[in-house]
Design a protein around this ligand. Structure first.
Ligand SMILES: Cc1cc2nc3c(=O)[nH]c(=O)nc-3n(C[C@H](O)[C@H](O)[C@H](O)COP(=O)(O)O)c2cc1C
Length: 167
């Protein structure tokens, strides 16, 4: 059976929940799936494919996502990878375009890495949970927001077996 590792780089947990939703969907489709934090990914080379998700903060990937990619360079030259980023917290075209551009800017730091699929999902902010330095007035004063669309997340997960060549 094909096995998939779904890796998340999160700060407040919303990216982990998206990773878990993708894993559940792949698991229902018959794949053997593990979900791990990027900092604790284990041996990547034993999987048929990898899905990597990173939250975007201040226009950048989480550092753990970059370290995951660097640490696993040898394995990721042969194991196919799909990449997702979170995520706009306002449903505005420029936010979606900016998030996509920032996801790709992070990817450009690893020119050898060629994802088979790339997407951006909306993000979640719970202002009361933010810690320093994220709890500045601009974010602390926000209304709690969750732009994650779990139907769209499931739909993307359904495209992955074919995109990753494990279907
Ligand atoms: C301080 C702060 C900075 C953020 N910067 C960005 C950003 O540059 N681009 C973006 O698309 N989303 C940005 N976001 C939205 C987060 O990516 C979104 O809240 C995401 O769901 C957080 O994921 P996590 O819960 O896994 O940490 C920011 C959120 C906060 C609180």
């Amino acid at each position: 059976m094909s096995s998939v590792l779904v890796v998340h780089a999160t700060k407040y947990g919303s990216t982990r929940q998206v990773a878990q939703a993708i894993a559940k969907r792949l698991s229902s489709a018959g794949f053997d799936v593990d979900v791990r934090a990027a900092a604790d990914s284990g041996d990547v080379s034993k999987y048929s494919a990898v899905v990597l998700g990173t939250a975007l903060y201040f226009f950048m990937w989480r550092g753990d996502a970059h370290r995951f990619v660097r640490r696993n360079r040898a394995a990721l030259t042969s194991v196919p990878l799909a990449l997702f980023g979170l995520g706009p917290i306002e449903d505005k075209a420029e936010q979606w375009a900016g998030a996509r551009a920032n996801l790709e800017k992070g990817l450009a730091k690893h020119p050898w890495l060629k994802p088979s699929a790339i997407t951006v999902f909306g993000g979640r902010v719970e202002p009361s949970a933010l810690r320093f330095p994220d709890n500045n007035p601009a974010f602390r004063g926000m209304t709690p927001t969750d732009l994650r669309d779990f139907q769209a997340i499931d739909a993307w997960a359904d495209t992955l077996p074919e995109a990753l060549g494990i279907g």
